[in-house]
Design a protein around this ligand. Sequence first.
Ligand code: TYD
Length: 207
Amino acid sequence: MKGKFITFEGCEGVGKSTQAKLLIKYLEEKGYDVVFTREPGGTPVAERIREILLDPTLEITSRTEAHLFVAARNDHIENVILPNLEKGKIVICDRYVDSSIAYQGVARNLGIEYIEELNKVAFETCLPDCTVFINMDPANSWRKQIGEVIEDDRMESENAMFHAKCFKGFLEASKRYKNRYLVVEPLEDKMQTFNKILEGLKDRKII
Ligand code: TYD
């Protein structure tokens, strides 16, 4: 594999996508060939599965939910992530397998081992070179601090207890997979947070 695979993880409203976009801009300005993608989604099939997963009018069991995330991920790995890594590009993905560990494994109580088994393709053939984890409690996320409450999708409208469990799941994942984790405590100034990410990626020789 010639390229680099960087994922961004964290709870809702903690500025994960903002940081991912800052990194893309930085890398593109440096002349790197960057592909930005997201999960669930990133391919026509996975985007259709995303519509089902986030539809607040649907009731989906935990196991079905976990399998749908994996189906979307497999399509994404085969059609976007691996082909671009093989071309030597830097692939940056907003959420990936660690979201399944935190949300389905821990918050939905399916168990981390169950999610690892289900996500064998990701764990065995397509693990990130680095997972940037924005370490912020969703109870006081930036979005909560400015009083913005968006509960328009099926996952976001889960209660505070669910989101607290997701956070616990990410903290567990950051210990379990510590070799590939870059844990970043966000600061109010997003550029300061970004500089910490940049430093971490450079220290690890990812970029
Ligand atoms: P999205 O709008 O992309 O979330 P955010 O803006 O917070 O990144 O919606 C994706 C939702 O799906 C989010 O609530 C996290 C959840 N999710 C899982 O539960 N499992 C997964 O494997 C992935 C990739 C996402």
